[in-house]
Design a protein. Structure first.
Length: 465
């Protein structure tokens, strides 16, 4: 096992990794930018190293500085968390060249599954269902138009190396498709340095259901069941739960096994998420594979009792998975609300600044993953998520009731947060009945005129998840 690891990330996920490492008796080294010099999570690391100014491009994304820090601190491995360099195959490769273990998949497996196009090809070879659409990047507008008329509108143009909901355009006809290709490609080029885009069928009223999987370096893989992340705003998840409500257990079993099989075929070692959209008849279509720990991993931990971050570290150290599929059980229901420092009344505009009031909820079945506390100043430079409130209950109804109570206790001020929106959603019929699709929150916000966001463009900081 490793004796010291470096955490190439910040905020709640840095703290989450520190906790897992501590339980395994591993020392932690945290790198940080000047904007995070007072980051409360740094107190819990054994060593901290400043790697540059606030801009992520000059700190958390600087491979050379992170590797230098790793060399100075003499660590055995690096955990990238999510966002930043977590899905950067070049970073994983540099780690390998420097004889530092990357806590995640090999660069080869990451490239294979991380690129949406090669992932689609890989899925086709296993039994993982995918959307009808392109097998390769779009070469000309005319080819795309031909394909779209074959699969039928609406279609969606997507970036091969997309993430965080960027580089996507929905087209209901040819007139929208042509400019959509150029727009998506430009956005993808700017955000990911790769302008390759492809076309697939667009599902209007889908649910987002994903499978958590784990693979080891010995050719084993298991799944940890499913999560529902249908509650989104602008393609970004707001509420996640496990298991996905109302999914036929046989269907779940088939899809989950296919997902585990997919990563095994890719010789994938680490934690991954195979994301699907599910239609009203519970047909599944793969969206992509995320080759890292997900923000929403705690809901899976709550229903399986498995510490996913600890398993990632063990897998990277070469340990085989300690269980067979049949040993992994689902227990109860878990829900997570992402608490963002944003003002839902004003187009979800980020709310950096000093937190003077921070009074967390508690009680049975309540978990709070956060780096925030009273006196913390939220820097304007990064993602606006400041806490994840997670509950567990014997049933979905109990989990909802528990979440209502916890949200009612939670006080954060004076900055605005998404807590009031979550409170409202916990009372919303569509959520309670799980009669929802990925656009229901936007419809709700639009219908009462609150949080109308179409005209407000908020550039997302480069900690995209
Ligand atoms: P990203 O990597 O940017 O997160 P995904 O492929 O995971 O991109 O898609 C993000 C979200 O975009 C999905 O959760 C869904 O809301 C929407 N989306 C993507 N592809 C489709 C599709 N074919 N049909 C309908 N919605 C889609």
């Amino acid at each position: 096992m490793f004796s010291r690891i470096l955490i190439a990330n910040r905020a709640e996920i840095a703290l989450r990794i520190i906790r897992a490492a501590r339980e395994l008796g591993i020392e932690t080294v945290c790198v940080y930018s000047q904007a995070d010099a007072d980051g409360p999570w740094l107190e819990f690391a054994d060593q901290t190293i400043c790697i540059g100014p606030p801009e992520a491009s000059e700190s958390y994304l600087r491979i050379d500085r992170i590797i230098s820090a790793a060399e100075i601190a003499n660590v055995d491995a690096i955990h990238p968390g999510y966002g930043f360099l977590a899905e950067n195959a070049h970073f994983a490769e540099v780690c390998r060249d420097c004889h530092i273990e990357f806590i995640g998949p090999s660069p080869e497996a990451m490239s294979l599954l991380g690129d949406k196009l090669s992932c689609r090809r890989m899925a086709k070879a296993s039994r993982t269902p995918i959307f009808p659409g392109s097998d390769k990047a779009i070469e000309s507008e005319d080819d795309a138009v031909k394909l779209a008329s074959e699969i039928g509108y609406p279609v969606i143009v997507k970036a091969a190396s997309g993430g965080g909901g960027r580089g996507m355009r929905v087209a209901h006809n040819e007139m929208a498709l042509r400019p959509g290709i150029a727009a998506a490609s430009q956005e993808a080029q700017a955000a990911f340095g790769n302008g390759a885009v492809y076309v697939e069928k667009y599902l209007e009223d889908a649910r987002h259901v994903e499978i958590q999987v784990l693979g080891d370096k010995h050719g084993n893989s298991v799944h940890l069941f499913d999560r529902d992340c249908t509650s989104q705003r602008r393609h970004q998840k707001l509420i996640e739960e496990a298991p996905a409500p109302g999914v036929d257990p046989k269907k779940r079993d088939t899809i989950a096994k296919a997902a585990a099989d997919l990563i095994r075929r890719a010789e994938y070692a680490g934690a991954a998420t195979v994301e699907f959209l599910m239609d009203r008849d519970q047909n599944f279509f793969m969206l992509e594979v995320n080759t890292r720990i997900q923000v929403e991993h705690p809901v899976t931990e709550m229903v399986t009792g498995i510490d996913i971050v600890k398993e990632m570290i063990r897998i990277a150290a070469g340990e085989p998975l300690p269980w067979k599929q049949r040993d992994i059980m689902l227990r109860g229901h878990s829900i997570e609300c992402r608490i963002n420092a944003e003002d839902p009344q004003r187009g979800f505009i980020p709310q950096p600044g000093l937190v003077t009031e921070f009074s967390p909820p508690g009680g049975i079945g309540v978990r709070l993953d956060t780096h925030c506390c009273s006196g913390y100043r939220i820097p304007p430079d990064y993602d606006s998520m400041i806490a994840k409130l997670i509950v567990h209950g014997a049933s979905r109804d109990q989990a909802i009731a528990r979440m209502r109570g916890a949200l009612g206790e939670f006080r954060i001020g004076p900055i605005k947060t998404t807590i009031p929106l979550h409170r409202r959603l916990m009372d919303e019929r569509q959520f309670i009945d799980a009669e929802f699709d990925i656009r229901y929150i936007e419809r709700l916000l639009r219908s009462d005129g609150s949080g109308v966001t179409e005209s407000v463009s908020i550039p997302r900081p480069p900690s995209g998840r």
